[in-house]
Design a protein around this ligand. Structure first.
Ligand SMILES: [Zn+2]
Length: 307
């Protein structure tokens, strides 16, 4: 299985349009020791021809254009992108679906609750259904592995096991709808494999690290893990106001480094990194701490293979 990291920043990207934090200012000034980043987007493939997107970021159009493997190969209308797997209904995880509305057959995997939010409450997503055989939606349930198939049901050979992480839905979901949704279907991570041995963990939003999650991580080859905030009070410190990282559903990196210190074998990569996170700066002590702990900090364009 090939894995491509098309984007590695949290919502708002880096730099963020309205942010004047030290990181964003330094990037604009050309003095930053590190890279700018688009919003988190991962693509996977087993055969190199049929690709599946994990989420659909608002930056998807430019992320596709900067990845030749995702360009049309033959004919006037064609795409190697066969499907999208949604982990949550956040705007920075789903808005890119609207960039895939040009009548292209596509399979979209989402929990029943996510489908109700996107398809019944947000009429814009109806643009994915202007003709028959445009978007085919497939339901999945936490804990139950499912095969990734294209819109015509061709099996890619990739298997995906959803893992329920957070019971909270995005703030835009109306209260009367919230009462109809299943808590376990709000925000998920995925354990993905194409053979028995090698597993990829995709966990862009992790609200807590418990023994059950640690058990899952032990058997992975590569972990893509929530790197949103360095510390719990990061946003409050930068903005003077706001919520803690934990309240927003993100274990801070400094806690993750401690809690996952015992997990040695897999390659451990932080992604979904907020623009305020000091570890983005390669001259910072936080960057050094991450690298010394054998973690990596994802950059746009990274790729690797799983056996
Ligand atoms: Zn910033």
């Amino acid at each position: 299985m090939q894995v491509r990291i098309l984007g590695s920043a949290a919502g708002g990207a880096f730099p963020q349009w309205n942010c004047g934090c030290a990181n964003c200012r330094a990037v604009r000034a050309g003095t930053f020791q590190g890279k700018s980043r688009s919003q988190t987007q991962v693509a996977i493939t087993q055969d190199g021809r049929s690709w599946f997107l994990l989420g659909a970021s608002p930056d998807l159009r430019t992320q596709i254009e900067s990845t030749p493997e995702l360009h049309p190969r033959e004919g006037i209308r064609q795409s190697p992108i066969s499907g999208v797997v949604l982990a949550n209904a956040d705007i920075d995880h789903t808005l890119g679906l609207l960039s895939l509305r040009e009548l292209q057959p596509l399979r979209v995997y989402a929990t029943a609750s996510l489908q109700r939010i996107l398809r019944e409450d947000n009429s814009m997503f109806g643009m994915l259904h202007r003709i028959p055989e445009q978007a085919e939606w497939s339901d999945f349930q936490p804990g139950l592995e499912f095969p990734l198939c294209d819109a015509s049901n061709r099996d890619s050979g990739i298997r995906c096991r959803p893992y329920s992480l957070n019971p909270h839905y995005p703030a835009y979901v109306k209260p009367d709808r919230l009462s109809q949704l299943a808590a376990g279907e709000a925000s998920l991570g995925f354990f993905i494999h194409s053979s028995a041995r090698s597993r990829l963990a995709y966990l862009p939003a992790v609200p807590q690290i418990d023994d059950a999650l640690l058990d899952q991580l032990e058997s992975c080859e590569v972990i893509l893990f929530d790197g949103t905030f360095w510390s719990d009070d990061e946003l409050i410190r930068v903005q003077g106001t706001g919520q803690t990282a934990l309240r927003m559903g993100h274990v801070p990196v400094e806690s993750t480094l401690e809690k996952l210190a015992g997990i040695g074998r897999p390659r451990k990569i932080f992604l979904h990194i907020n623009n305020t996170n000091p570890m983005l700066d390669q001259a910072s002590p936080q960057y050094r701490r991450v690298r010394d702990a054998d973690w990596e900090i994802a950059e746009d364009g990274w790729q690797f293979n799983l056996q």
